[in-house]
Design a protein around this ligand. Structure first.
Ligand SMILES: [Zn+2]
Length: 271
């Protein structure tokens, strides 16, 4: 059985603080059947770190690594001509590289770490990059569903979303909003919160998500699933998310692993 953790920030400095490093993380992945990981960027620096990790450690312990580059809504205020030039350079040289997508991009009105007008502007700029270079994107949306859907609807209407535009990562929107995203062709990403006992909304989103639209993620080092909740998260925990999906969807773990693995490949256009 193989698992594809489609979202893990394994370059995060929390690992160093916890006395572990990428080699240890990958060794634990191999022992848990996690054979593919996509490492997303959220700033220019972390995008560079994601690409460096994917280049430097792919194949270590038999785990294949991929990366995405993009500016998270928290970091929207840092988006300037230099950052855009970097993203374009990544897109132009991505053939044969480990870079598969733009992300994380989107809107976050929960933390509001960048001004909302700036968040929207930077989100739209990166949506245009994804369209221009014909790559999927990783959507981060928190407490901003209305504005986020408005922007995506407009892009969709103008024909500027790909047939499979990307993934709603760590989906926290309503079941209704997730249905609209699925109709636009999005995959829905599920993480640790699906396993939290008091969480009623995410299982409902999952029940409404067709099997061919589900991908699994850890969002490491955050959102550690049960039964390890509270510790620093690692990709080796992604099977717990998959187990919960199997339970809710009434399929075997093997099936859930195979389906979500294939979906991850389809989302990121790899074989
Ligand atoms: Zn993330």
């Amino acid at each position: 059985m193989s698992f594809f953790d489609t979202h893990a920030h394994i370059y995060d400095r929390r690992y160093e603080e916890a006395g572990t490093d990428i080699r240890d993380i990958l060794a634990r992945c191999a022992a848990s059947g996690v054979t593919r990981i996509l490492i997303p960027g959220d700033s220019k620096e972390s995008s560079m770190a994601a690409v460096a990790a994917a280049d430097g450690f792919s194949g270590t312990s038999g785990v294949e690594l991929f990366a995405s580059v993009g500016i998270h809504p928290h970091e929207a205020k840092t988006y300037d001509a230099d950052v855009e030039a970097y993203l374009r350079e990544c897109m132009e040289s991505r053939e044969g590289s480990k870079i598969l997508a733009i992300g994380e991009i989107g809107l976050d009105y929960y933390y509001d770490l960048s001004e909302r007008t700036v968040q929207r502007e930077v989100f739209e700029k990166q949506l245009m990059l994804a369209y221009e270079y014909d790559v999927p994107f990783i959507l981060h949306e928190r407490d901003a569903t209305g504005d986020c859907l408005d922007i995506l609807r407009r892009f969709h209407k103008e024909g500027k979303l790909r047939k499979l535009p990307g993934v709603c990562h760590c989906c926290s929107c309503s079941p209704e909003a997730s249905q609209e995203l699925i109709k636009m062709g999005f995959f829905i990403g599920f993480d640790g919160p699906l396993t939290f006992k008091n969480n009623k909304k995410t299982p409902e989103v999952l029940r409404g998500t067709p099997l061919d639209r589900i991908v699994i993620e850890t969002d490491s080092p955050y959102l550690t699933p049960e039964p390890n909740r509270g510790s620093v998260n690692e990709p080796c925990h992604v099977p717990y998310v998959c187990m919960k999906i199997a339970e809710i969807k009434g399929i075997s773990l093997e099936e859930a692993a195979r389906i979500t693995y294939d979906n991850g490949n389809e989302l990121y256009n790899i074989s």
